[in-house]
Design a protein around this ligand. Structure first.
Ligand code: COA
Length: 375
């Protein structure tokens, strides 16, 4: 950190209006699985094909805390013959879907910060899945928004927004931007295998945006000074997506489901809880802040029990829902957008001087912690 004091001066959230409940999702999956099993009755009886097990809403809520998810296209997701969002192919002259979602969130964050797009000198699109390799979505967004300066895309999976904030802090503190936008549009349902019972329920779609600028220029209603940012990465194959531009060149063609999200959920749970909690504890200690001083934790929203455990390790006791707000019940895992949705929805009630911690973690592994104080 430089000596220049930096803050988050505005936030924005775009929530796709359509959503799918657990019951609707499970009904679709079970219709598909039952039809598959019926089509292979003889092979299943002979033991040459394994019957596809059915899913259940009770399991989903108990294992994850997720009750529903927003999606860019409900009809495609609940169609047992399609089971993924159906997205209209756009021409190159139209804004891409991710750009459109990011724009809605970005405009809201600028209004919240009482800033104009022309006052933004850097746009970072920080998310798990980018719609195309180039031109960068950030440059497209910069164009449609009317921002100046420069932009680039960055992908650090679910921790992307935290990495984006550190990048924005560096740009503003270093003087290369007066203010910088971190935009996280996530269409997670596009990379979700809705035919995999172990994970068909875990993702949803949303877009978030945060504006970062110097404390001295902030004029939004509820700015938060950034006291410190800390990032961490540690290689793991337990969350992986093999989709990429070399797929078509590979000597052994990959199956369709090897080009979607896969994870070892149990291992992820076990390994990421200590990584995230230690990151928060050590970061707070280095800033001279006692965990008990923290009024709010805006955590990545992947699994409710995981979040309970992380905060318990930090505080030495269970957190109240007010201390660690939950949005995954409505949104499911929206990857990099999750912790920012929690921040966006639950920060205005904090009082000047109150401390909050945003912590995001995910594939890579990657984790990022931002310690803030309400101005
Ligand atoms: N419906 C009913 N039963 C199901 C099911 C479903 N949809 N999915 C799995 N099961 C069964 C399993 O087959 C297993 O049965 P068994 O005990 O007979 O073998 C049992 O339920 C437990 O499955 P498991 O996968 O071990 O569940 P879990 O408690 O680990 O919960 C996750 C699964 C994915 C919710 C959980 O592991 C998780 O959230 N992990 C963290 C993931 C994460 O943070 N990822 C980050 C992504 S960015």
């Amino acid at each position: 950190m430089t000596t220049k004091r930096i803050c988050i001066s505005g936030s924005g959230l775009h929530t796709p209006p359509e959503s799918v409940s657990n019951d609707e999702l499970v009904a679709t999956y079970n219709t598909w699985a039952t039809a598959q099993n019926a089509a292979h009755t003889a092979e299943i009886a002979a033991g040459t094909v394994q019957a596809i097990p059915l899913s259940s809403s009770e399991f989903i809520v108990k294992a994850s805390g997720i009750e529903s998810r927003h999606t860019v296209n409900r009809a495609g997701v609940v169609d047992p013959d399609f089971m993924r969002p159906r997205i209209r192919t756009r021409t190159n002259d139209e804004p891409s879907l991710m750009c459109e979602m990011g724009l809605a969130a970005a405009r809201q964050s600028l209004a919240d910060a009482r800033r104009k797009a022309a006052e933004v000198d850097a746009v970072f699109v920080a998310c798990s899945n980018l719609q195309r390799p180039y031109p960068a979505l950030a440059v497209e967004l910069q164009h449609y928004l009317g921002a100046g300066g420069f932009g680039f895309d960055m992908n650090v999976a679910c921790a992307s927004a935290a990495f984006g904030v550190q990048t924005a802090v560096n740009a503003v503190a270093g003087g290369s931007a007066r203010s910088a936008l971190v935009v996280s549009p996530e269409i997670c349902t596009g990379h979700l295998n809705f035919r995999n019972r172990d994970c068909h329920f875990i993702f949803g779609d949303a877009a978030t945006a945060l504006l970062v600028e110097p404390v001295e220029t902030a004029r939004g209603e509820a700015p938060f000074e950034i006291l410190g940012t800390r990032l961490l990465t540690q290689f793991s194959n337990n969350i992986r997506n093999n989709f990429g531009f070399l797929n078509a060149c590979e000597t052994e063609p990959r199956a369709w489901d090897d080009k979607l999200f896969v994870q070892q959920g149990r291992k992820v749970f076990k390994e990421v809880v200590p990584i995230a909690s230690a990151l928060i504890v050590e970061h707070l200690a280095d800033l001279g802040i006692e965990p008990q001083q923290v009024k709010r934790f805006w955590l990545h929203q992947a699994n409710l029990s995981m979040n309970h455990l992380i905060v318990k390790r930090v505080l030495g006791r269970a957190a109240t829902e007010q201390e660690a707000p939950v949005i995954l019940n409505e949104y499911a895992n929206t990857s990099s957008a999750g912790s920012v949705i929690a921040f966006h929805k639950y920060h205005r009630d904090l009082k000047p001087g109150d401390i909050g911690v945003l912590c995001a973690f995910g594939a890579g592994y990657s984790a990022g912690c931002i310690v803030m104080r309400r101005m």
